[in-house]
Design a binder for this molecule. Structure first.
Ligand code: FES
Length: 107
């Protein structure tokens, strides 16, 4: 059993960060980005209300859980939403996401 996975995050300046994510702690993608001091200072505390954690999934989208209604509703209100948009606070990290790559979206 894997204990950690690696994901790749592109920030708003185009810099690429490799994040090592422990699996056993029940973290969301937003939590791990914040732990690495990427700009995801969640104003809503991960409640799918602020959209600070809006990101575009660049690869491995199939490893992610389906969007929930609240996530869908908030994304539909943003001007920068695309087909690959997700809210990082709504995605719990799992082993299937090893190698995931995402880009922080401008809001
Ligand atoms: S952290 Fe606020 S919507 Fe995700």
């Amino acid at each position: 059993m894997k204990e950690e996975i690696t994901i790749t995050v592109k920030d708003l300046d185009g810099n690429i960060h490799q994040l090592i994510c422990p699996l056993e702690m029940g973290l969301s993608l937003k939590d791990i980005c914040k732990a690495y001091e990427l700009p995801m200072e969640a104003m809503c505390g991960g409640m799918a209300m602020c959209a600070i954690c809006h990101c575009y999934i660049l690869s491995k989208a199939s490893a992610l859980p389906e969007k929930g209604d609240i996530e869908e509703a908030l994304l539909s209100e943003l001007f920068t939403t695309s087909a690959s948009s997700r809210l990082a606070c709504q995605i719990q990290i799992t082993a299937a996401m090893d190698g995931l790559s995402l880009e922080i979206a401008p809001n």
